[in-house]
Structure formats: C-alpha cells, structure tokens
Design a protein around this ligand. Structure first.
Ligand SMILES: Cc1cc2nc3c(=O)[nH]c(=O)nc-3n(C[C@H](O)[C@H](O)[C@H](O)COP(=O)(O)O)c2cc1C
Length: 210
C-alpha cells in the first residue's frame, strides 16, 4: 500500500484552479490505486506550529551540535511532527498558487518547518549539502493569474516554480513533474476555464503511472 500526501496551498478551496486540477489527479489516482492511503494537508486550515524564537533557536542548536534547552525541545516537537508526517509518505502532490510572483505565505511557513538539518537534509565538509528525502515522486500543480513563458520578459518574475523546484530538490527530490495553469486571470474566465480543463486532462494522464 502506497501513501500519497496531498499538500494544498490555496485557501480558495472551491474556486481554486490548482485545487481543481489536483482533485482531478486524486480522483484518477484512486481508481488506479484503490488501496493507497491519501492524506490531504491544507496549509491554510492546518494549525501549523509557529517557526519563531524557540524553534529557530532549536534549529541553530542543531547546526552548532549543541544540546536543546527544554523550551527549544518543546518547540521542536511541533517541527518534528510536521517532518514525520511528510516523510511517512512515499508520493507527493502539491497544489500551489502564485502569490506576488512567489508562493503563499502558509506554504512558506510549512517549508520553513520541513527543511531541517539532520531530518530532510545534511551538510558535511566532504560532500556539501545532501537531501534526505530520496527516491520519491512529486507532482506540482502551479496556477498563476498571468503568463510567464520561458524565454519571455515575464519569466524573470516567476519565482514560484524556481523556488518550489529548488527547495524540493534541495531536500532530495529528483523526480519532479509539473502542470502549469496560466493565465487564470489575465485573459479572462473563458481562457482560464479552457486552460484548467487541459490541465485536468494532463493530470488524469499523469495519475496512470504515478
Ligand atoms: C495574494 C495574491 C497574490 C497574487 N499574485 C499574483 C502574481 O504575482 N502573479 C500572478 O500572475 N498572479 C497572481 N495572483 C493570482 C493567482 O496566481 C491566480 O488567481 C491563481 O489562479 C491562484 O491559484 P488558485 O486558483 O489555485 O487559488 C495573486 C493572487 C493573490 C490572491
């Protein structure tokens, strides 16, 4: 039995383009993998632990190979819970809107909790940085109001795909597939609807051997 973790980073649950495509993927995936366990994590609804004072100090304590204080340990439990849930999956689906050319702040908070030394990456003088989440596939569904085609002037503004790709590769992912829905706003609702439907078909196809 496989475990798929679906991370939803749009708060617009009913009108979200990325969620609509991710949901179509899930429906198709269930048909092909009826015994798999699917966990949905909505980063806007989940009470994510704060990554502030004690948690940040706890991270530096690990980086400096020192012992955690009790306050740091308490804060670190929440961080470990997030990482444990993430690492217990063996396949990942992420639905992510572009917000201000990058990602929504709640997804950034989730990533700040997830990316920790000794848990999801390591560093050594000999080998440098190494990701620890290896051999697992990730499908990312990106939705953006505008268009950011490769080679265009707008491409430089696209920090959404660049960041998501970079951070997940940093923690070990190599098999990353993506579906892009754009534009969802710039060219009006009819074009957005057509783009969404094309993306839904692509998602259904990818579900076949994910
Ligand atoms: C706070 C906020 C910031 C946004 N910033 C951008 C942006 O920088 N570039 C862009 O093309 N679209 C931007 N949009 C539009 C969204 O990317 C677009 O509506 C997309 O479809 C959202 O994904 P969703 O439909 O899955 O929620 C923004 C939307 C919001 C709510």
């Amino acid at each position: 039995m496989g475990r798929l973790l679906y991370i939803l980073a749009s708060p617009r649950t009913r009108r979200s383009h990325s969620a609509a495509v991710a949901n179509a993927f899930i429906e198709a995936y269930k048909q092909y993998n009826p015994n798999d366990e699917i966990t949905k994590l909505n980063v806007f609804e989940e009470s994510l632990p704060a990554f502030d004072g004690p948690a940040v100090e706890a991270k530096y304590t690990i980086l400096h190979a020192k012992e955690h204080s009790q306050a740091q340990l308490n804060a670190w439990k929440g961080v470990e819970g997030i990482i444990e849930q993430f690492k217990s999956a063996d396949k990942y689906l992420l639905a992510v809107p572009m917000w201000n050319f990058s990602i929504p702040y709640r997804l950034k908070q989730y990533i700040d909790l997830l990316v920790q030394p000794g848990y999801t990456f390591t560093f050594s003088q000999e080998k440098g940085y190494e990701g620890l989440v290896v051999g697992k596939p990730l499908l990312v569904v990106y939705a953006r109001g505008g268009r950011y085609p490769p080679g265009s002037d707008a491409e430089a503004f696209d920090l959404q795909i660049k960041y998501v790709e970079q951070i997940f590769r940093f923690i070990g992912f190599e098999d990353i597939k993506s579906i892009i829905i754009e534009p969802t706003l710039q060219a009006g609702p009819a074009v957005a609807e057509t783009n969404k439907n094309v993306a839904i078909e692509e998602a259904r196809k990818l579900a076949l051997d994910f």
